[in-house]
Design a protein around this ligand. Structure first.
Ligand SMILES: *[C@@H]1O[C@H](CO)[C@@H](O)[C@H](O)[C@H]1NC(C)=O
Ligand SMILES: *[C@@H]1O[C@H](CO)[C@@H](O)[C@H](O)[C@H]1NC(C)=O
Ligand SMILES: *[C@@H]1O[C@H](CO)[C@@H](O)[C@H](O)[C@H]1NC(C)=O
Length: 506
């Protein structure tokens, strides 16, 4: 995957450049959108909506300022309007909620996180999973994570093997510029092991699907940002089109998964029927998907299984590997933590039961959590209102379909949640408080309430296992010993690889 650079968000979208690109077709589209919005607005029932922050230019609203300086915009609005206000961005009204109002949304069944995500990125449309009942998250929560505990030693070995292979011995110091790619591959292979089992995860084509599917989606989204500026819906259509005819269509991935899984599934299905209770049930995700499909459809439904798998790949690999990259950047650029973290690792010996030792790594856990907490995203966790109108406890109402996002700046800088100097990195501030994967008001990395990410224990452990291996094996540092800040674009922190030196530890 040599030229698969991981770009997390559009990097160079200067607002004004977009205007030069606007053609007559686009103008007509804008006009159409404007009329549609107008009709829509004028027909809606009158609600006591949160204040819409005034803006100068119709159609543009706060978009340009948001693209230029999302942090400044959010701070200014929060000072003026408090914990709830609305912004007009990308031809849509978004409501921004802070503190307790955000928690109300997380806890309410009148909001859907799944729909919120789908609105930001139409994954279900792209891969065609909307046709099937249920969803991948529920499947995992209800069935998979009960069994996953037995898999950690397998994942650990897989991580170790790939770190050896991709980074090497480093007897001589080795400069690595693309840890983003390495992180993606390491995590993709570990997840592939868990998801498709030990046999198939050695298959290069399968690993490639795991490692590239998420990256491709991100790249296409980046290319489509101009469409997004015109209207989010246009972006959706554009992305769907690209995937339908492009090289990297989800259909191709689905076909490949089906081709590879078919012999295994057929064999397992036969064995299950033939040996009944005497059959030793393999502990991997494909077994679960097989059983789920039989329960649901009475047969092996390959398309549905492939859809679920692609959703899980998208959801798990990209975020986990981004977090690993971010944590390692923090580790490499903050030498004051090396001694403590290494010392903690001395209790861990390879081959020891990892489950037991994992929970003893309190400092590492805290470091990963702090690193995530200060990752720098500004607006998070889009939730979509699903009831005719939702009334917050402060009396403000939002209509059905409104996207409400959490204001991360107020969350991050709240000292009653995180302790003193909440805006400064303090690696061990969470020691002997709640672990990274436990959600709570002071720990929102995986959402909260009923929408909390079901894969959080798995993700958190994967990151810690990989970090543990890296810390014990190498001295890792940035070139100048510093940890530069990532740029923020469109409210998202643009994580990137820092040039890192790896050297074998004595
Ligand atoms: C900090 O968080 C708490 C709990 O959510 C909230 O009640 C409080 O208003 C927040 N403080 C500030 C200054 O935002
Ligand atoms: C914002 O929130 C998300 C999850 O809710 C977290 O991962 C991130 O690090 C938070 N903080 C900042 C400043 O980005
Ligand atoms: C949630 O939705 C239900 C059904 O539409 C509605 O009766 C209820 O008032 C809503 N809750 C809030 C807090 O708006």
């Amino acid at each position: 995957m040599s030229n698969e650079r991981i770009v997390f968000e559009p990097a160079d979208l200067a607002g004004c450049a977009t205007w030069q690109l606007i053609s007559p077709e686009v103008f007509v589209l804008c006009l159409g959108a404007f009329i549609a919005v107008f009709v829509y607005w004028s027909r809606r029932p009158k609600l006591n909506e949160p204040p819409l922050v005034p803006y100068k230019y119709p159609l543009i609203g706060h978009t340009l300022e948001y693209l230029r300086d999302s942090e400044g915009l959010l701070k200014r609005c929060h000072e003026q309007y408090g914990d709830m206000f609305s912004l007009y961005l990308f031809r849509e009204v978004y409501t921004i909620a802070s503190n307790d109002l955000a928690y109300e949304m997380f806890r309410s069944t009148n909001f859907s996180f799944k729909e919120g995500l789908e609105r930001m990125f139409p994954l279900g449309d792209i891969i065609g999973s909307k046709a099937y009942p249920g969803n991948a998250a529920v499947l995992l929560k209800d069935r998979f994570y009960k069994h996953v505990d037995d898999c950690y030693s397998r994942i650990y070995r897989e991580l170790q093997h790939n770190i050896d292979q991709l980074i090497g011995d480093c007897e001589e110091p080795k400069l690595i510029n693309n840890f983003d790619e390495i992180s993606m591959t390491i995590i993709a292979r570990a997840m592939a092991n868990l998801f498709v089992g030990e046999e198939l995860c050695k298959d290069d084509e399968i690993v490639k699907v795991f490692a590239t599917f998420a990256t491709t989606l991100i790249r296409v989204r980046k290319l489509s940002s101009i469409a997004y500026l015109i209207h989010p819906r246009l972006q959706t259509e554009y992305i769907k089109l690209v995937f339908k005819y492009g090289d990297n269509s989800p259909q191709k991935h689905k076909d490949l998964l089906t081709k590879k899984l078919k012999p295994i599934f057929e064999k397992r299905y036969q064995d299950m029927q033939q040996f009944g209770n005497e059959w030793k049930r393999p502990d991997d995700l494909i077994q679960l998907l097989l059983e789920y499909s039989i329960d649901m459809f009475g047969k092996i439904h390959y398309d549905c299984i492939a859809c679920r798998m692609l959703t899980l790949i998208w959801a798990s690999i990209h975020t986990t590997s981004a977090n690993l990259l971010n944590t390692l950047n923090d580790y490499a650029g903050r030498s004051e933590y090396w001694n403590d973290l290494r010392k903690e690792q001395e209790v861990i010996t390879d081959g020891l039961d990892f489950d037991l030792t994992m929970d003893r790594m309190e400092k590492l856990d805290s470091f990963v959590k702090e690193s995530n907490r200060l990752m720098g995203h500004i607006l998070m966790l889009p939730h979509c209102a699903t009831c005719p109108s939702f009334t917050f406890s402060n009396g403000y109402q939002v209509p059905k379909g409104r996207l409400v996002l959490m204001n991360n700046l107020t969350y991050m800088s709240n000292s009653s949640l995180h302790g003193d100097n909440p805006e400064t990195f303090s690696g061990f501030r969470h020691v002997s408080k709640s672990p990274f994967a436990r959600v709570g008001r002071d720990s929102m990395a995986f959402g909260l309430g009923k929408h909390a990410c079901p894969g959080r224990w798995l993700a958190s452990r994967n990151i810690k296992m990989a970090m543990s291996i890296l810390i014990r094996k190498y001295e890792i540092s940035t070139l100048d010993g510093k940890r530069p800040k990532y740029p923020i674009k469109r409210g998202i922190s643009v994580l990137g690889p820092l040039p890192l030196t790896f050297k074998k530890r004595k």
